[in-house]
Ligand binder design. Structure first.
Ligand SMILES: Nc1ncnc2c1ncn2[C@@H]1O[C@H](COP(=O)(O)OP(=O)(O)OP(=O)(O)O)[C@@H](O)[C@H]1O
Length: 860
């Protein structure tokens, strides 16, 4: 226990798996945690009078249990026996051989194929923040610096599995970036520029960091230094695959803040079962392709030429079906080239995986051929850059058995014909059967015993077995070793010699196989960079093939990109919703035209559930997909490259919402207004909803006016159910009214979902309330008021209408014991009719309807 305590003191923040014999044991608090997470039994033992908790599992189950612990956010220190217990009389030497943490994992069972596993560090600089991401399983190492907002966005994009921050900034980090990350707080001195510079230059074996183009990013460098420090602290020293540090060139990518990423449900959704855009557009076949696609989604391009290059490859692959099929067939054979090569670098690759690596590289040959043959320039360039790695493949084929096992101990790793010594030893070991058969034949003849048997067991090794009936014929020089019920077992000099030879050969075979395998791995190290480059090229190709596949399956069109500021979408669809419609229902397409000249802001009105949000989101998604390099769900799209996409959704109808939520909504919106550019696309969905109707309309009005008057003239879609905003077109030339059409049936609404020019006459909350099963009497009363109000032309009429409505509603609400209805009643009772203009009265009515719609939502 003394040894345990000494080691535990060194790793107070980790769950210590302490190897005892054939078990990994945990003690105390660790045991309580482990038993909870792993569902293993918690026992107690007496430790010098103190009771200690204890929980453990067999050492061979490490691969089953370790991932569970790490996925639960634990940092796990694996403490192994450093010497053979049989060879020592005192306590076995033990030490921590690996510290596995959520952000530093190489184990396939912890990693997920299509996601990176990023370790991140955030440095709080004087006036900027530095951030760095490293995936030890792929070798990617990235850095950037900027405002808190930028770092926040990157954290959202890269969703790191662990974030390192200095202890000093723990509170600020949690406040600024939230507590949902697995975070670990390091000593403050680690976040220093000199120290970081030194660690990085010594790791990359360079004098400066100039070559990486990051030497001016001192905050980014400090964060990257902290990441490297953590790797050494967690006992990861073989890092040859981490051979460059790249700057995340944010100016090259479309800016989307975290609200936008969240609202558009790109790769996460608040609803666990919801389908995200990534789910729909990911047609990649290889793990590295899947990971790259996520990156492309997080960082859509701004450069038109680069975007068009991707589109052209997609167009080519979409028409050349046979080529697409072939390329995908070969990519499928690839496996995870990127992670295989990282395993080589970190010394964790097994013989079977080396053969897999070779096979992956074999698939590069036909892919290269295919790419080179194409008339498409970008594809050709991928072909030119792909390296067939012929020498590497030949070498692996020469050294390793095609059927090499996972575990070197199993033997048969090295191919026959590679080492003469190995071949001879194997000959000796395997020709044994022949030799024994001959010996048996000879001894049977000499002794005249017909039932002789030669066999071996773990205790005595080789023996000759004689049945009791022939006992008297046994020669004198045979040595008796074991007596059974019906037989005796003997050994002979010859058998002993033979056994020594065989055992020696087997041991030597194992050592030799191990040596030769190690030599191969050493020899392969110089290919790490080349294979990484191949993996990246294949990942790109996989993404582009995926886009072609996607476009084919869903009838997407190639967007036409230019440097104008026009956005002109014909028959646009929402890529996710269209996939989820009930059978037989088809998605209603819509045109959207936005420009800076005469249609800068589109005010979309329409009842709840009519499809306003869908139009907003599909517009953003179409732009985003186009700039990723994908085709888009539309019949045609002319897209002047967008540089920022902002979306804001008004706080959802929530009865308990207080002032603060509203303030958050306003702050979020303010940050858009401060960052507008000529190429921005702004989507505002029911902004202002989070307050009283009157305030809501004023705020929505003010925001629209600001957007209109701002010199950037940013393209904007504004969905609202405040039809009062339709009045803005009278004053503001570039604001246009559209509505999502509906057809009014008797007492119901049919959603046509078509975006048509013109405003809406009135809101439709009551219809929705009806559909949601509101009590009939409430609906009838509300309808009455609405009708009268709409007809009214003077204050007195409104006053009369409301007065009688109040009376009526008051009566009918009396018996309904429901806080929400109570609120609606209150709203009506407290109308100060005398001071209201007809418009204000209408607004108040809207508020009542809004509450009704809340009721609908609450009851559904
Ligand atoms: N063009 C369309 N074709 C077919 N179905 C659609 C279309 N647009 C929307 N829908 C369906 O209608 C539902 C509601 O659409 P959406 O959320 O866009 O309405 P909304 O007007 O924004 O409503 P609210 O004001 O309540 O937020 C969607 O979930 C989808 O199922």
């Amino acid at each position: 226990m003394q040894q345990y305590n000494a080691i535990k003191t060194k790793h107070p923040d980790a769950l210590l798996l302490f190897r005892v014999g054939d078990f990994y044991e945990t003690f105390g608090e660790d045991a309580i945690k482990a038993s909870k997470i792993l569902g293993i039994i918690l026992t107690h033992r007496n430790n010098g009078g103190d009771k200690t908790e204890l929980a453990g599992f067999p050492h061979h189950s490490l691969n089953t249990y370790l991932p569970k612990l790490v996925k639960a956010g634990q940092r796990v220190a694996i403490c192994d026996q450093l010497e053979d217990p049989k060879q020592t009389k005192s306590i076995v030497k033990r030490g921590v051989t690996e510290l596995v943490t959520p952000g530093v994992a190489l184990n396939d069972d912890i990693l997920s194929a299509k996601s990176n596993n990023f370790l991140c560090a955030v440095h709080f600089g004087r006036n900027k923040y530095g951030v760095s991401f490293l995936d030890i399983s792929t070798g990617e190492f990235l850095t950037a610096e900027g405002s808190a907002e930028q770092v926040d966005k990157l954290l959202q994009n890269f969703s790191p599995n662990e974030v390192l921050v200095s202890k000093n900034h723990k509170a600020s980090f949690l406040e600024l970036f939230g507590s949902h990350f697995h975070s670990f707080f390091l000593e403050d001195w680690i976040f220093q520029e000199d120290y970081a510079n030194e660690s990085l230059t010594s790791h990359f074996k360079t004098n400066t960091l100039q070559g990486f183009g990051i030497d001016h990013l001192s905050n980014g460098i400090i964060a990257s230094g902290a990441v490297l420090h953590y790797l050494s602290e967690t006992q990861h020293s073989r890092l040859q695959h981490i051979n460059k540090l790249q700057r995340i060139a944010e100016e090259e990518y479309v800016w989307m803040d975290r609200f936008t990423i969240r609202n558009l449900e790109l790769y996460h959704s608040t609803n666990l079962n919801a389908v995200t855009l990534l789910d729909v557009i990911d047609k990649t076949i290889s793990p590295m392709g899947g990971r790259l696609l996520k990156r492309w989604l997080a960082l859509p391009l701004k450069n038109i030429e680069k975007i068009q290059q991707r589109h052209q490859v997609v167009a080519y692959l979409k028409t050349e079906e046979e080529k697409l099929e072939k390329a995908q067939h070969w990519i499928k054979q690839m496996g995870d080239l990127e992670r295989l090569i990282s395993k080589l670098a970190t010394g964790k690759i097994n013989p079977k995986e080396v053969v897999q690596l070779k096979n992956s590289l074999e698939a590069v040959v036909p892919i290269k051929q295919l790419a080179l043959e194409s008339p498409n320039k970008s594809l050709k360039s991928i072909g030119e850059q792909l390296n067939e790695c012929e020498a590497l493949r030949t070498k692996i084929k020469e050294v390793l058995n095609e059927e090499a096992p996972v575990n070197l101990l199993k033997g048969e790793t090295i191919a026959a014909g590679y080492s003469t010594e190995l071949d001879e030893l194997r000959g000796l070991a395997f020709s044994g059967k022949d030799y024994l058969d001959k010996m048996l034949e000879r001894e049977t003849e000499i002794t005249g015993i017909t039932s002789l048997k030669i066999a071996s067991n773990n205790v005595f090794g080789y023996y000759i077995e004689v049945r009791n009936t022939h006992k008297d014929k046994v020669p004198e020089d045979w040595i008796r070793k074991q007596t059974l019920v019906n037989a005796e077992r003997y050994i002979t000099e010859e058998l002993k010699e033979y056994e020594a030879k065989i055992l020696g050969a087997e041991e030597r075979i194992y050592t030799l196989e191990q040596q030769l395998f190690e030599q191969l791995l050493m020899w392969m190290q110089e290919y790490i960079g080349t294979v990484q480059d191949n993996a990246y090229l294949i990942a790109q190709l996989d993404c582009l093939c995926g886009f072609a596949q996607l476009a084919k399956e869903n009838n997407y069109a190639m967007p036409q990109m230019d440097d104008s500021t026009v956005l002109d979408i014909k028959d646009g669809r929402h890529p996710v919703i269209e996939k989820q419609l009930p059978l037989g229902e088809s998605y209603i397409t819509n045109d959207v035209l936005l420009n800076r000249d005469d249609q800068q802001i589109i005010m979309i009105t329409g009842p709840n559930m009519s499809g306003k949000s869908a139009i907003l989101r599909q517009t953003a998604l179409i732009v985003l997909m186009a700039q990723m390099g994908s085709f888009v769900p539309a019949t045609a799209a002319k897209i002047g490259a967008v540089d920022k996409i902002f979306t804001r959704v008004g706080a959802s109808d929530n009865i308990s919402m207080g002032e603060s939520t509203f303030m958050v909504e306003m702050n979020e919106t303010a940050s858009i207004l401060n960052n507008l550019s000529e190429r921005s696309l702004v989507l505002l969905d029911e902004i202002g909803r989070g307050t009283s109707t009157y305030d809501g309309i004023s705020i929505a009005w003010a925001i629209s006016e600001y957007l209109h008057e701002h010199p950037s003239r940013a393209k904007t879609l504004f969905a609202t159910h405040y039809h009062e905003l339709n009045e803005m077109t009278g004053t503001f030339a570039r604001i246009k009214n559209y509505n999502v059409s509906i057809k009014e049936l008797k007492n119901n609404v049919l959603f046509l979902r078509k975006l048509v020019p013109g405003g809406s006459e009135h809101s439709f909350g009551i219809h929705v309330a009806k559909m949601a099963g509101m009590p009939q009497q409430v609906i009838q009363k509300a309808n009455k008021i609405l009708k009268k109000l709409e007809k009214s032309h003077s204050n007195s009429e409104v006053a009369n209408t409301l007065e009688s409505a109040q009376n009526e509603m008051q009566l009918s609400f009396f018996n309904l014991d429901d806080p929400l209805l109570e609120e609606i009643k209150e709203e009506i009772l407290h109308l100060d009719i005398d001071t209201l203009t007809p418009v204000e009265a209408l607004m108040k009515l809207n508020e009542i309807k809004r509450l009704l719609s809340k009721k609908k939502k609450a009851s559904s």
